[in-house]
Unconditional design. Sequence first.
Lengths: 287, 158
Amino acid sequence: MRFEAPTTVEAAVSLLAAETGMARVLAGGTDLLVQMKSGMAEPDLVVDIKRIDAMHEITPEDGGFRIGAAVPGIALGEHEGVKAAWPGVVEGTELIGSTQIQGRATMVGNLCNCSPAADSVPAMAAAGAIARVAGPDGSRDVPVEEIAAGPGKSNLAKGEMVDSVFLPARPANAGDAYLRFIPRTEMDIAVVGCGVNLVLDGDGTCSEARVALGAVAARVFLVPEAAEALVGTKVDDAALDALAAACSAAATPIDDKRGTVEFRKKVAGVLARRAATIARDRAKGSA
Amino acid sequence: MSQIHVQTTINGDETEFLCDAEETLLDALRDKLGLTGAKEGCGTGDCGACSVTVDGRLVCSCLVLGAEAHGREITTIEGMANGEELHPLQQKFLDHAALQCGICTPGFLVAAKALLDRNPNPTETEVRYWLAGNLCRCTGYDKIIRAVMDTAAEMRGA
Ligand SMILES: Cc1cc2nc3c(=O)[nH]c(=O)nc-3n(C[C@H](O)[C@H](O)[C@H](O)COP(=O)(O)OP(=O)(O)OC[C@H]3O[C@@H](n4cnc5c(N)ncnc54)[C@H](O)[C@@H]3O)c2cc1C
Ligand code: FES
Ligand code: FES
């Protein structure tokens, strides 16, 4: 294995594109090193992106924020601006692992690892986050929910890497939230995860919503029927019931040791209802 | 394959070592530099026995490559005491009998120090969450939490 630590995105992309064997980007390494040790990944080339200064930056852009691919969870949580605008995205990212893992793990690594249970991804998808993908032919913008092709498989082409993620500007009266179900209180993989992002108009009627589910399909996905259940309502009990039913219906989980199909479908609805309630209260400024 | 030459600062001292590309920082510390305080409990980021800081951030050294340490500032448990004088956390761990076999202890101390450096007045809940990535099979955790809370109180008073 070769280790390279370039200082520009262009150099990183050239290295990735030129490698004839398996090339992997190294961000925080909290997935990659575990996979290398277990033999699940045997890269010929590892490209550490943490020497690229811009990758560490959180930059205001068009009223929103651009988050570099090497920003660890703990640094995202320390950023008051992002926390105020997108508390759900920040709490999804902060759920990843322990303090030690937070010191390294990045939101973009969580995205590019393509686990269906990745905790930051439903919140990012609900937020309408856009990944900027750098490649040999320049860069392109991709909605985060289109990065994963399936468990552990991405839609990135050879030589491509994610440079940053853009979180859009917030209108007034907007709120988001992410919740996951795990059997413990810390350090576990989501059995179900749900991100909700909504905007209320002046009289408290929901004008926009996005709802995403994790760990109940091969990849994180948006549930438009669930969003429609909220739009035009006051996010009251009837709307929340419709939202929960839409999420339970949209979930296509597998049975495994962490949860059965029946349980996961039910929990998808329960979490959606709770996350929407938090998002609504945040939008009203009361949470 | 040629080895990578890494120049780094460990506990304030400029240090260099050679490592393979796959080699972890934990292995480099233990096998190349003789700094055996950081332990390997799991090798997968779950137990925290290998905790060190890199540029001030608490991390699991089993999930850092040795090569990544180039130009960084690393602190390990070996840098905690001031010569013969124990850090207050080390003394309180002894006073509270917050260790039995001791395998987890360096990791707990490094992690607890990182917390107190950032938050001198943590609540018990904050301490428990901060240390959730440090596993101990012996003590049942309570004495560790008491030792950290007591250290924080003493250091605030001092
Ligand atoms: C103890 C422990 C607990 C954990 N708990 C959780 C948890 O609760 N929830 C959760 O979701 N995850 C958890 N994880 C998994 C992991 O920490 C997260 O997925 C993390 O966000 C990965 O980020 P990273 O920066 O460490 O990625 P890395 O390991 O550096 O990379 C992950 C993958 O993405 C690729 N990659 C990284 N960056 C880029 C890029 N910019 N462009 C293209 N490809 C890229 C890498 O090549 C690799 O394949 C845990 C891991 C451990 C070890
Ligand atoms: S040895 Fe590193 S976390 Fe267990
Ligand atoms: S004292 Fe033995 S593991 Fe903690």
